[in-house]
Every structure is written in structure tokens, then in C-alpha cells.
Design a protein around this ligand. Structure first.
Ligand SMILES: NC(=O)C1=CN([C@@H]2O[C@H](COP(=O)(O)OP(=O)(O)OC[C@H]3O[C@@H](n4cnc5c(N)ncnc54)[C@H](OP(=O)(O)O)[C@@H]3O)[C@@H](O)[C@H]2O)C=CC1
Ligand SMILES: O=C(CO)COP(=O)(O)O
Length: 320
């Protein structure tokens, strides 16, 4: 088996580093100059500073070279996935494609696995998700992730292939559950960052995490996910990490909203687009997602945090 990582951001670089400790890995960067600098310096200073690349990791901007491997991990932002696949379809089929992004596509309301299956014909698809910060993986710290694949045999093979000394992979066939857990937890993390940023306290955060988890379940179960998947690494596990750590960009965006500070728009924050995509989808499904609605309102500048909290607290009292 041979592996390529498509995308040389923080997460792609971290995965490539971990995997390259056990087999040769190729990492693709869209910019020729970026690929040359990372390959020569043995560092990705722009996206993942402070970590040295192992010798078995080769960086290239040549998609034909990168796509020549058996298994391709796609580590680009969710809203860019369709574009990357469309631009390089000729090289990507027939391959095994493993999406490593977390989010729901604006406009279609689907997750990364559906996008891969739609754009690249005859492809075998899977998803790698779960609680893990790129810096932790790259530094060799222990991490447990979920490999979701509808095909049991392929899932087993990928689980073996992608498990490393510090990445322990669990397996599920519930792709939609794993996708939605990883996507929806980012929306809740923005809300949690906002309450902490505004000084509303840890009790308010615990309430939001718990009721946010109820929202995640409501949406995911309506779309055919299994409850156990939401309770696993890809759902509850990642929700816990992302809502409690300043390493999370989604949480940091929330902190900025709560503090009334500007946030760098170039930073990848998947929960922002996903909140909008989920809000539309929930409306189509007739689902009530008050925390998602509050996040959308704050992101669009239509609700202050004070108004959002007032709306949440004024909702009719009900059974848990
Ligand atoms: N960072 C983390 O800790 C984790 C991230 N993830 C997920 O991984 C995904 C990627 O995030 P992350 O790596 O952190 O993001 P980064 O912002 O660090 O990097 C994004 C990468 O995608 C590339 N890219 C963006 N648009 C395009 C495009 N149109 N064509 C080709 N390449 C493109 C960027 O290229 P360029 O450098 O040229 O701009 C960059 O290499 C997200 O879905 C995120 O949720 C999952 C778990 C952990
Ligand atoms: O998904 C992540 C942790 O599992 C990374 O979180 P952020 O995208 O918020 O940084």
C-alpha cells in the first residue's frame, strides 16, 4: 500500500508526518513554490511551525505524482473539496479516497463522502475524523480517531494501513453519523467560545455543550445516523475537545465573537459555513436547532451574544 495526502495545511501535514514514520508518504501542495519550500526546508512553517518532516515524506505540487499512490487522504477545507476533486478528476479515478475534512457543503447540504462519490466516478470512499489537533499528531502525542467506511473489508484494510504509533483508529460503517458528528461539533464550539469569551462562565458552556449535543443528535438521527456513532470519538469525543481547547479555531472564533474582537478571515473555521448549511437543511427537515440558529445570527451580525442568550433562555420550558 502507498499513501498520499492531498493538501498541505496543518492537518494534512500532521497526518503525513505520522504516517511517514512507518511508510513512504507523498504530500501534495497546490502551490509549486510552497511545495518546493516545504520539501527543501523539511518544515511547513506557514501551516504547522515547529515540526520537522521525516525523510520518508516527499512534498510535490504534481498531482499526477501524488495521485499515483493507492490511498489518497484529502485534507483540504470542506468548502474547497469539490473544487479540488473537479480540477483533478482525471488523476483521482479509480482510487481509494479518504476525506479528512469536517463540514457540510454549502448549497448541497451534503458531507465530504457524498461529494467524493458524486465528483469522482468509480471511487472507493471513506472518512477519517475524530478528536485530534494537528500539532498533537505531529508531535507524536497519542490520538484516537474514527475511520468510517460503508464497505467493511475496505474499512478494515484502511484501519490497518492508517493506524500509526500515535494514531489509534476505531472503525465504523456509519459514514453519515461520523460525518455529521465532526461537522456539527464545530458549530457548538463556536457557541461555547462565545459564552466563554463574553465571561458567561463554565456552567453556561456545559449547558451549551449538552444541549448542543442534543441538537447534533436531532439532526444526525433525522438523516439516518446511529446514536452510538454520535456518542463516539467522531461526535461526543470531538465535541469535548473542540469546545474546551483554545487550540481549536472554531472555539477561538467564538471567543472573538464573545469579546467583540476581530477574527482573521483567512483562518480555516469549518463551523461558520457548516452552521449556515445546517440551518438551511434543518429548515427543510422541519427541525428546531436553536443553538445553530443563534450561531448563524451572531456570525451574520444579526444577533448580539446577549440577544442570542436571551432567546435561548426564553424558550418554553420542556422535558430534557
Ligand atoms: N488542523 C486540525 O487540527 C484539524 C483539521 N481537521 C480538518 O482538516 C481540514 C483541513 O484543515 P487544516 O489542514 O487544518 O486547514 P489549513 O487552513 O491549515 O490548510 C488548508 C489547506 O488546504 C489547501 N487548500 C485550500 N483551498 C484549496 C484549493 N482550492 N485547492 C487546493 N488546496 C486548497 C490550502 O492550501 P494553501 O496552503 O495553498 O492555502 C492548505 O494547504 C478541515 O476540514 C479541518 O476541519 C481535522 C482535524 C484536525
Ligand atoms: O477538528 C479539530 C479537532 O478535532 C480541529 O478543530 P478546529 O478546526 O476548530 O481547529
Amino acid at each position: 500500500m502507498s499513501i498520499s495526502v492531498i493538501g498541505s495545511g496543518a492537518f494534512g501535514t500532521a497526518l503525513a508526518i505520522s504516517l511517514a514514520h512507518q511508510c513512504p508518504v507523498t504530500m501534495w501542495a497546490r502551490s509549486k513554490e510552497h511545495a518546493r519550500v516545504i520539501q527543501n526546508d523539511r518544515k511547513n512553517t506557514a501551516r504547522l511551525p515547529g515540526v520537522t518532516l521525516p525523510d520518508q515524506l516527499t512534498v510535490t505540487s504534481d498531482m499526477e505524482q501524488a495521485a499515483a499512490q493507492d490511498t489518497l487522504l484529502l485534507a483540504v477545507p470542506m468548502q474547497q473539496l469539490r473544487r479540488v476533486l473537479t480540477e483533478h478528476t482525471a488523476w483521482l479515478t479509480p482510487r481509494t479516497l479518504v476525506a479528512c475534512c469536517k463540514g457540510i457543503e454549502l448549497g448541497t447540504g451534503v458531507g465530504p463522502v457524498a461529494v467524493m462519490a458524486e465528483v469522482v466516478a468509480q471511487t472507493r470512499t471513506a472518512l477519517l475524523t475524530g478528536p485530534s489537533f494537528a500539532h498533537d499528531i505531529a508531535r507524536g502525542l497519542p490520538t484516537a480517531l474514527t475511520l468510517a467506511c460503508a464497505d467493511s473489508d475496505l474499512g478494515r484494510n484502511l484501519q490497518q494501513e492508517l493506524t500509526t504509533a500515535n494514531l489509534r483508529l476505531y472503525r465504523t460503517r456509519d459514514v453519515i453519523g461520523a460525518e455529521l458528528g465532526g461537522a456539527l461539533k464545530n458549530v457548538v464550539a463556536i457557541a461555547c467560545g462565545a459564552v466563554i469569551g463574553a465571561g458567561l462562565g463554565d456552567s453556561a458552556r456545559a449547558a451549551l455543550m449538552t444541549r448542543g449535543y442534543a441538537e447534533m443528535q436531532r439532526m444526525a438521527l433525522a438523516l439516518g445516523a446511529q446514536r452510538e456513532t454520535l456518542a463516539g470519538l467522531s461526535g461526543f469525543g470531538d465535541l469535548t475537545l473542540t469546545c474546551t481547547s483554545e487550540q481549536s479555531r472554531n472555539y477561538r472564533l467564538g471567543l472573538s465573537l464573545g469579546r467583540g474582537e476581530r477574527f482573521d478571515p483567512s483562518v480555516t473555521v469549518e463551523g461558520a459555513a457548516t452552521a449556515h448549511a445546517v440551518y438551511v437543511k434543518a429548515d427543510d427537515l422541519g427541525l428546531d436547532l436553536p443553538i445553530t440558529r443563534a450561531v448563524v445570527g451572531m456570525l451574520d451580525g444579526e444577533l448580539t451574544l446577549t440577544d442570542a442568550m436571551a432567546e435561548l433562555l426564553a424558550r418554553p420550558l420542556k422535558e430534557e
